[in-house]
Design a protein around this ligand. Structure first.
Ligand SMILES: Nc1nc2c(ncn2[C@@H]2O[C@H](COP(=O)(O)OP(=O)(O)O)[C@@H](O)[C@H]2O)c(=O)[nH]1
Ligand SMILES: [Mg+2]
Length: 182
């Protein structure tokens, strides 16, 4: 099989108006914080740590709850209350009963339009899956949780900038928890 070798060079480093260590991105307008309601388990602590890191970096957060199909109606009611609290605190929150509903995808597309974004959150939160629903042509590899047992075959290994919904968004590898690397 013919191998193609891509050589890349850094030609110029542009000024940075903001940057994050985790995930490693710079000069983004906003961050979608993909937050699973289950699998991995939800904690306000982890969400709030990410929101704080974004506040410090001067990057606008958008909270996006994933895997709502795994919730009972009673659990969903709790997340509705939680989302109302975050909205009251001034955050944009996308939370829909049905994952990838038209309402959810329309909201994401509106967020992404004409902006440079990053999607961040725990490994397995559903970042790549969400982007695949917004733009099916992307066909990003997903399923990091089970793939981890399978020598990490289908993983998001690096930060990559993608054109989605008239904007640019960086898909990023997840992290297992904020505690671990601090
Ligand atoms: N039940 C359910 N599973 C989901 C949802 N979104 C993603 N997943 C699953 O969660 C796993 C991890 O998804 P992936 O997109 O790779 O997560 P990433 O590490 O954040 O990019 C995959 O097996 C997905 O099929 C969802 O809304 N509901
Ligand atoms: Mg991924």
């Amino acid at each position: 099989m013919k191998q193609l070798m891509a050589r890349m060079y850094i030609l110029e480093v542009l000024p940075r108006r903001n940057q994050l260590q985790r995930p490693p991105v710079a000069n983004v307008d906003q961050a979608i914080v993909a937050t699973a309601v289950k699998q991995p388990d939800f904690t306000t602590n982890l969400l709030d740590r990410q929101l704080l890191a974004l506040e410090i970096a001067n990057i606008e957060p958008v909270i996006y709850f994933t895997k709502t199909d795994l919730l009972t109606y009673a659990e969903m009611a709790n997340f509705d209350t939680l989302a109302a609290g975050y909205r009251k605190a001034g955050f944009q929150v996308i939370l829909t009963r049905e994952p990838f509903s038209d309402a959810a995808l329309t909201a994401v597309k509106a967020v992404l339009k004409d902006k440079v974004s990053v999607i961040m959150g725990q490994t397995g939160a559903g970042k790549s899956t969400l982007l695949n629903h917004v733009a099916p042509d992307l066909d990003l590899a997903t399923g990091e949780i089970s793939a981890a047992l399978n020598r990490g075959k289908h993983t998001t290994r690096r930060v990559q900038l993608l054109t989605v919904a008239d904007g640019l968004i960086a898909d990023t590898p997840g992290f297992s928890s904020y505690e671990r690397s601090h």
